[in-house]
Design a protein around this ligand. Structure first.
Ligand SMILES: Cc1cc2nc3c(=O)[nH]c(=O)nc-3n(C[C@H](O)[C@H](O)[C@H](O)COP(=O)(O)OP(=O)(O)OC[C@H]3O[C@@H](n4cnc5c(N)ncnc54)[C@H](O)[C@@H]3O)c2cc1C
Length: 410
């Protein structure tokens, strides 16, 4: 029988950070990742100041700084006249060494974390291994059944199983965890355009005819995300790629010389944007964190950050019980209790941005519509240097800063 102390399902940001922190604290941990590598481009790239500070605590700041990256110091939304971009968070104005968001392809960050974790004797990662169902005994989750890409199957038993397998998590099939979904006004198209010398750097946004775009500078190319009204993908595709490219160029004229490199709709992937959270993140023997517990909207680009913070909080609450080999319901409940206000608060702000900014812009209306008070508050925030630091701090560190357990720090 295969056994470990903590079985982590999913090697995304939440799973890899949790695996590294627990292994450094001497806990036997096995991460199961269904893909053979981390090289998927259908991912976000933002590494926020809270994660940069974590990497420093873990002694990884220098290695991280050597990764190819771009730095972004402001977050902007299309709130100005003719929907021009207005700064809603000036992270550059914050004190401290990490007053920027680093744009690093997620696979580079994950490779760094897994390399570091592999130095720990109590860590193991099994790539190309998919958890297919939970093992249960008298109501307690005792591990997982898995299948490898070459068709082999097996069972891995564990004192605790942590679901870090994203928004289609296996755990979401458990009815007692109760999924609460919120309506989302948009979906996203995800495609690439070449970058050229003289282009701007970092994160570039724009608003066009019923779409919003954010483009991530990945060195040789722009990873573009275009937000469109939910449910309009089929209709807009039927209107033709040419029409979309003309709209896109009207919004961002300096891309006119290369939009033709996009040859077919096959190169434009659709992301079904979702906003939801589990009412309960746990049951005996099982904890859910990251997107598995709460899928975030792309607004504020904060999903990776929250997933990492969940993992840090989980490591802090669980290192001692895992070392003792006795993880009770109280221990896993403590993780949800700690992370709930930040998660629910962030989702409330995202829903506010959906209703007051995204939906109006995508339907050709002015942001905020009749909500004059909200508009006034927003104007005060965006025009005052001091008030601007509040959203900046929130974007940088979230509502609650999480510190890794002392045993994981180097
Ligand atoms: C196109 C796109 C763009 C985004 N842009 C941004 C952004 O700019 N900034 C930002 O902060 N967030 C962004 N996000 C959201 C962000 O990527 C997620 O919030 C974050 O990755 C969540 O981390 P996670 O570890 O919880 O889950 P995931 O990153 O989803 O990782 C889950 C992992 O589990 C693995 N897995 C799944 N099922 C199983 C199984 N049964 N067995 C084993 N392994 C399994 C998957 O292969 C994956 O590696 C974006 C998301 C998408 C899709």
């Amino acid at each position: 029988m295969e056994r470990t102390t903590c079985c982590v399902v999913g090697g995304g940001p939440a799973g890899m950070v949790l695996g590294l922190l627990l292994a450094r604290a001497g806990v036997a941990v096995t991460v199961l990742e269904k893909h053979g590598d981390f090289l998927r481009d259908f991912r976000g790239d933002t590494v926020h100041p809270s994660t940069l500070a974590l990497l420093e605590d873990l002694g990884l700041a220098e290695r991280f700084a050597r990764l190819p990256q771009r730095r972004v110091t402001t977050v902007q939304l299309p709130l100005g006249p003719a929907r021009s971009l207005v700064t809603v968070g000036d992270i550059g104005s914050l004190r401290g060494p990490y007053n920027y968001i680093a744009m690093v392809p997620q696979w580079d960050l994950l490779d760094l974390l897994v390399d570091e974790a592999r130095r720990e004797p109590s860590f193991s990662v099994r790539m190309s291994t998919e958890a297919t169902s939970f093992l249960t005994e008298r109501g307690r989750v005792t591990g997982v059944r898995y299948r490898t890409s070459d068709g082999r199957t097996g069972e891995l038993r564990a004192t605790l199983t942590v679901a870090c397998d994203g928004r289609s998590s296996l755990a979401r099939s458990l009815p007692e965890l109760g999924l609460r979904t919120f309506s989302c006004p948009m979906d996203a198209w995800w495609f690439r355009l070449p970058r050229q010398e003289g282009d701007p750097h970092g994160l570039v946004g724009g608003a066009g005819e019923q779409f919003l775009t954010a483009m991530i500078d990945r060195g040789e190319y722009w990873q573009c995300a275009a937000l469109i009204l939910k449910g309009t993908d089929g209709r807009r595709r039927a209107e033709g790629l040419e029409k979309f490219m003309a709209d896109f160029t009207a919004a961002i004229p300096w891309l006119a010389d290369r939009v033709h490199t996009l040859r077919s709709w096959d190169e434009v992937k659709l992301l079904d944007v979702r906003l939801d959270r589990l009412r309960r993140w746990h049951r005996p023997g099982l904890l859910c964190i990251g997107d598995a517990a709460h899928a975030m909207s792309p607004v504020f680009g904060i999903g990776i950050n929250l997933a990492v913070e969940d993992a840090v909080a989980a490591a802090r609450c669980l290192v001692e019980p895992l070392r003792r080999g006795d993880v009770g319901l109280r221990d896993v409940r403590a993780v949800q209790r700690r992370r709930w206000p930040t998660t629910a608060g962030t989702q409330t702000l995202q829903r506010f941005a959906h209703k007051q900014v995204i939906e109006p812009v995508l339907t050709g209306q002015p942001p905020f519509g009749d909500a004059r008070r909200a508009k006034r508050i927003m104007e005060r925030i965006t025009t005052s240097r001091w008030l601007n630091r509040v959203p900046a701090y929130f974007l940088a560190y979230g509502a609650l800063r999480e510190r890794p357990p002392a045993a994981s720090v180097r």
